[in-house]
Design a protein around this ligand. Structure first.
Ligand code: SF4
Length: 170
């Protein structure tokens, strides 16, 4: 089955698709709460915003992406009238801006990007890992049961699937 990345105009708004969309909206609300919670938790830590961690091929360290986050990214791009970004020649995340130095979806960036810190980050001695794990578990629960439900996967892999319209519905 295909990941339905963008809503096709003239789609039949059947009862089940309306219900699926309503479930997405509820999950998106909770996702926003999860993002607020993790941002507050990590507020004492600094990030130089150099986008070094977004050079995914170079770092070989990728955040994971959950289905509900894919929905948020899809909606954000649709609202901005942006097409789904193509793969970058430099191996950086395809959601970087043209310069390759800034995330173009910063407000919608996934949980894995929010919780990723490199050696340049400064802050308290230890990360609040227990709370981060609890929030991550909430993301799993939110993603289960969505019409667009795909297993959490590495960001570039799942974005490539979404771009190609491949993947599984459950
Ligand atoms: S989504 Fe944004 S923050 Fe995350 S890797 Fe891509 S460009 Fe970087």
């Amino acid at each position: 089955m295909k990941i339905r990345w963008q809503s096709a105009p003239g789609d039949d708004e059947s009862r089940s698709s309306r219900q699926a969309r309503a479930a997405e909206r509820r999950a998106l609300k909770e996702l926003a709460a999860v993002y607020r919670a993790v941002d507050a938790l990590l507020a004492p830590f600094t990030c130089d915003r150099s986008a070094a961690c977004c050079q995914l091929q170079r770092t070989r360290r990728e955040p994971f992406l959950f289905s509900i986050e894919l929905v948020r990214l899809r909606d954000g791009l649709e609202r901005a009238g942006r097409p789904f970004p193509a793969e970058r020649a430099d191996g950086g995340c395809r959601l970087l801006d043209k310069s390759g130095m800034r995330c173009s979806v910063y407000g919608d960036r996934p949980f894995g990007c929010r919780t990723f810190f490199c050696e340049k980050g400064r802050g308290p001695r230890s990360m609040p890992n227990l709370e981060i794990n609890r929030l991550s578990a909430r993301l799993t629960r939110l993603s289960d049961g969505l019409a667009l439900s795909v297993s959490p996967r590495q960001l570039s892999e799942l974005l490539a699937e979404a771009a190609n319209g491949e993947g599984e519905h459950r």
